[in-house]
Every structure is written in C-alpha cells, then in structure tokens.
Design a protein around this ligand. Sequence first.
Ligand code: HEM
Length: 64
Amino acid sequence: MYDREQFHHLMRTREGATRKEVGEMSYVATHFMKYLTDGEVDAIYTFLKHRLEEDGAAASAAAK
Ligand code: HEM
C-alpha cells in the first residue's frame, strides 16, 4: 500500500515505491500526471484511500 509520500513520488518522478521502473505507469506518470497540481495528486490519493477503506469494511461485514 502506497503511503501519501510514495504516491506523490511516483506521480512526480515515475519511480514506484518498491521498484524504480513500473512499466506503463512510469510513462503515465511522466507524460500525463505532470499536468496535475500537487493538490490534485493529493486529492486522488485521499479519494482512493477512502475507497479502499470502504471496500475493506464492506468485505469484512459480508464475511460475518
Ligand atoms: C489516476 C490514475 C492512476 C493512478 C493513481 C495509478 C496508480 C498506479 C500505481 C500506484 C501503480 C503500482 C506501481 C507499483 O507497482 O509500485 C500502477 C501501476 C500500473 N499502472 Fe497506473 N495509475 C493511474 C493511471 C494509469 C493509466 C491511465 C494507465 C495506462 C494507460 C496505467 C497503467 C498502469 C500499469 C500498466 C501498471 C503496472 C505496471 C507494472 O507493474 O509493470 N495507470 N498505477
């Protein structure tokens, strides 16, 4: 799971959290994500993290 800092690092430098080169995503980070502001990158991270937490909560509720 990427933390906020690792996520910004990927979006800005193309380097992944555990591997420097993450294939197509390195290209995407370099060519597309550069148009996003830091605030927008941050907002995407917050959105995805909330989604993940909601999915996790729903999955454990369903398992009960
Ligand atoms: C807001 C949009 C996006 C976000 C937040 C995002 C985020 C990520 C993250 C965190 C990874 C994991 C990197 C790692 O292994 O450490 C990843 C991998 C990947 N992403 Fe994205 N991505 C986005 C859009 C895209 C788009 C538009 C494409 C293709 C056109 C793409 C293609 C890929 C591919 C192919 C991988 C796997 C790379 C590999 O392991 O070789 N992503 N992405």
